[in-house]
Design a binder for this molecule. Structure first.
Ligand SMILES: *Cc1c(COP(=O)(O)O)cnc(C)c1O
Length: 450
């Protein structure tokens, strides 16, 4: 198992080279025209020939995956990793890195921290902000809200811990509700204005609430996943500052708009006590990667540092950075150095390339919206926000949207899934890949009239 096999290594590199060289085929996911193959008997006492199994994977399993990095993938939030980020991910895979601690991985941690610091400064967070790369927005939200809860407990010692709450919008991402569930914390669920959570909404909700003193923090979204709407970050952030509340900004998807013409909308992130953005979404890195950034990392470390006799050697020391253990800033310990592919990509392509790639999705969304508005039988549900467009085919039933979505995938034109908006099923396009074309948008729209 530990012997180098030249031929098979070449076969793997060939496979990867082929993926890198060509646009990812869309493929079919669960809608594949051929059934999933039987895997029975594959795991055996004596093992199988690796080339045979690689071929089996390529020919029989891979087409049951909708490739999220295809420029034709416009559902949910796509992923468009740069070539250099993918290549460097292979370096990470082969390097035996455990990105847990300064002791083991200082050379990795400094590079990841450079990327985190760059993002923090873009977001207007102060010098000294920092954190760690975690597996995704869900995990970043959970870690950030854990720290926010613990800080809130110390600020409100007179409130029973189980009565503490975070104010969240009804449009917050589902992972926020899940994080609160894990933490045993209730939300103060605030009804936003036209899906945008504002300071005025919060003040109204607090005024109507019998126990406003139990609210210890505010969660704002910098780009809702369903519609790309950016909350009133400035107003909510200022409110949090004035009232000593934890301010968390979930920018898993839309935080990347810091690289675009929309960055003014995101100015309020500068108030954040914690902020997340997923490089595996709109910052063109491979899955799975979330940048988790605290305004005062020492607070996070205070509540989340891993404590164990065998880990004591990781803590303490004179060097300023000695203590910078990514494991101290989130709920993980062992950790893939998942920030490195993003760091490598940012360093090698440069910031201007990031700005133009991010902007291209916004521009494409605007052009798509104009086209929809100009098409008889189609109607915008709302203006394009960031890179998301919601629209309806006038008169369509849910069954028609679902059949249309399935047919687009079956014919390998695109992966587009409908969503729910105010109880109504509507069509949704989420742009991200710079290689997605206007021609494809035209083809998708005209397919609604076939
Ligand atoms: C995608 C998303 C999440 C969850 O992130 P994962 O990386 O999928 O765990 C959280 N919040 C928002 C706003 C998102 O778009």
């Amino acid at each position: 198992m530990f012997t180098y096999d030249e031929a098979f290594t070449n076969a793997i590199f060939e496979y990867c080279r082929d993926r890198l060289e060509h646009d990812a085929p869309l493929d079919f996911g669960m809608h594949s025209p051929v059934p999933l193959p039987a895997l029975e008997g594959l795991i055996s006492a004596d093992g199988r020939d690796p080339e045979e199994i690689l071929t089996f994977f390529r020919d029989h399993l891979a087409q049951h995956v909708v490739s999220i990095d295809s420029p034709r993938f416009l559902a949910f939030i796509p992923n468009a990793p740069t070539k250099n980020s993918l290549l460097f991910d292979m370096v990470v895979a082969c390097s035996g890195l455990n990105g847990t601690s300064w002791l083991e991985s200082a050379g990795v941690v400094v590079a990841e921290n450079q990327a985190l610091e760059f993002l923090a400064r873009r977001a207007g967070m102060p010098e000294g902000s920092g954190g760690a790369f975690v597996s995704g927005g869900s995990s970043g939200n959970l870690s950030a809200l854990t720290v926010g809860r613990d800080v809130g407990r110390t600020r409100r010692p007179d409130v029973a811990p189980h009565e503490l709450r975070f104010a969240i919008s009804a449009d917050a991402h589902s992972s926020i509700g899940k994080a609160l569930h894990v933490l045993g914390i209730e939300p103060l669920l605030v009804e936003p204005d036209d899906h945008r959570f504002t300071r005025a909404n919060l003040e109204l909700a607090l005024a109507a609430d019998p126990h406003p003193e139990t609210v210890i923090g505010i969660v704002a979204t910098s780009g809702t996943t369903n519609a790309g709407i950016v909350d009133d970050l400035e107003g909510l952030g200022a409110y949090a500052r004035e009232h000593d509340l934890w301010f968390h900004v979930d920018g898993a998807y839309g935080g990347a708009a810091l690289f675009s013409s929309e960055r003014e909308l995101l100015r309020g992130i500068r108030h954040a006590d914690s902020f997340i953005v997923d490089p595996h979404k709109w910052l063109f890195g491979p899955l799975d990667c979330c940048a988790l950034i605290y305004r005062e990392p020492a607070r996070a470390r205070h509540f989340l540092a891993q404590q164990a006799g065998y880990l004591d050697v990781l803590h303490g020391g004179d060097d300023d950075h000695y203590d910078w253990n990514p494991s101290d800033f989130a709920i993980h310990l062992s950790r893939r150095a998942r920030g490195l592919p993003f760091w490598f990509s940012l360093v090698t392509y440069g910031v201007a390339a990031y700005e133009s790639a991010t902007q291209s999705a916004i521009d494409l969304a605007r052009r798509a919206a104009e086209r929809i508005a100009a098409t008889d039988g189609l109607e915008l549900v709302r203006p394009a926000s960031l890179s998301v467009v919601l629209f309806r085919r006038v008169g369509w039933s849910e069954a028609q949207y679902l059949a249309w979505s399935e047919e687009l995938l079956r014919s390998q034109v695109a992966f587009v899934t409908p969503t729910k908006w105010e109880g109504e099923m509507v069509a949704r396009l989420a742009f991200l890949h710079p290689d997605t074309t206007d021609e494809l948008v035209g083809q998708i729209l005209s397919s609604m009239f076939d």
